[in-house]
Design a protein around this ligand. Structure first.
Ligand code: ADP
Ligand code: MG
Length: 168
């Protein structure tokens, strides 16, 4: 796993299961206020990764592709926090995301937000977030580039980096 800088790591996933596992590892590290912005084309594995994030966080309902419903809210047993799974694929403009209340959700200190097609509303994202860009390498392989913005998300990424280095 090449370390590009302390703020960026690139991970190559060899299967959907591996992407889901990486998501679950990261999901365990997430708490209220954390923002995960997923960018990449259709079929790159954003929903697969988000499913893992939900599993790791402890969502009691499984994450499905929210393409028709733009926002889905999940809960877990240990507290009253929320996990929002948001898919901006169908928004026609940044204004539409604004009207959906995206900024309020992203700023909610009790909620984890995971956003697919985050690049469609970049301007609405807080300064502090973890951006993950997904790319198709071939049928089974995906490149995941994690880019932390801000100290808090940098610390999360550093924990993830250590875990991935420990159990590749
Ligand atoms: N390494 C991999 N990681 C994630 N998905 C993969 C991988 N290899 C193949 N796939 C397949 O790619 C597709 C990704 O779908 P999905 O997560 O819905 O993409 P997106 O949400 O980015 O449109 C799934 O059909 C999945 O089985
Ligand atoms: Mg998707």
């Amino acid at each position: 796993m090449p370390i590009l800088s302390p703020d960026v790591i690139e991970f190559i996933s060899r299967s959907p299961e591996q992407t889901r596992r990486v998501g679950a590892r990261l999901g365990m590290l997430l708490d209220g206020g954390d923002v995960i912005a997923l960018e990449g084309n259709l079929g790159t594995g954003k929903t697969v990764l988000a499913q893992g994030l939900g599993i790791g966080w402890g969502a009691t309902t499984s994450l499905i592709s929210p393409t028709f419903v733009i926002i889905r809210r999940h809960t877990r047993n240990q507290d009253n926090n929320f996990f929002y799974h948001i898919d901006l694929y169908r928004i026609a403009s940044v204004k539409e995301a604004q009207d959906l209340g995206l900024e309020e959700l992203l700023g909610d200190p009790r909620s984890v937000c995971v956003v697919e097609w985050a690049e469609r509303a970049t301007d609405l994202f807080p300064e502090e977030a973890l951006w993950i860009a997904l790319r198709v390498l071939d049928e089974q392989r995906r490149s995941l580039t994690f880019r932390a913005k801000g100290d808090h998300h940098r610390a999360i990424l550093e924990k993830l980096r250590k875990e991935l280095a420990g159990h590749p």
